[in-house]
Unconditional design. Sequence first.
Length: 250
Amino acid sequence: MTIKIAITGKSGSGKTTISKALLSILQNCFPEKSILLFDNDLTGELGHSFGLDIRNTIYGIRSGKHEYKTGIPEGMSKHEYVEWAIEDIIVPLNDNVDIIVSWFAGAKDCRCPITAQINDACQKLIERYDFVIFDCEFDLKYLNQLVDTNIDLALIVANPTIESVKLAKRIAEFSVKHAAGGQLGVVINKVNNQDMDSVCKKMNEAELDILGAIPFDKQLADGTENWKSEIVEDAVKQLYFRLNLPQENI
């Protein structure tokens, strides 16, 4: 059974760094498991964090602008074609980890057949992996426009400010119905000697579940090219036990 993790939050909150930290933890603890990184953020930072400039996207398939690595096989149905095209744009990172980039997602109320065909193809792709990590654009609503799938764990990444509490509340409101049955909570990122009492109080008033806090990493703030941080990874390890994820090898 596939375990699906969604990392949500505003741009610049630290979603990509936390996605990579979770990937590292899962790789170390479950080396035999397969993992799909699903970049649903319009900036494409997840791919960039691995030094990749991924131009072939799910949107490219939808728009008919994708350049295929091989010739298009003949005699396929439209559903078979979309599944084949999705397979064509997967980028392997190593033996057990792949990445795919969505870019723009079509509106869910679009009646064109390609919307349903892409949803079905993405569902089949997701079910092939043991873990899927979605690096989301903002909330689960945008991800749901692309693929209608149940989420086991949705993390809202928020910074330690009152304004971020308000944004986290909005993200939760937009996301809650798409995370029905799963865990939805907040991770406060970039904590650096702030007065956390007022932030936590506002989080509680907003009925947001705080799953943990992650310290500020000056190296990341100064600009690192790979969005990787030992400080963030250690902090995520510390809060992992609170997450709706396998615990046996941690």
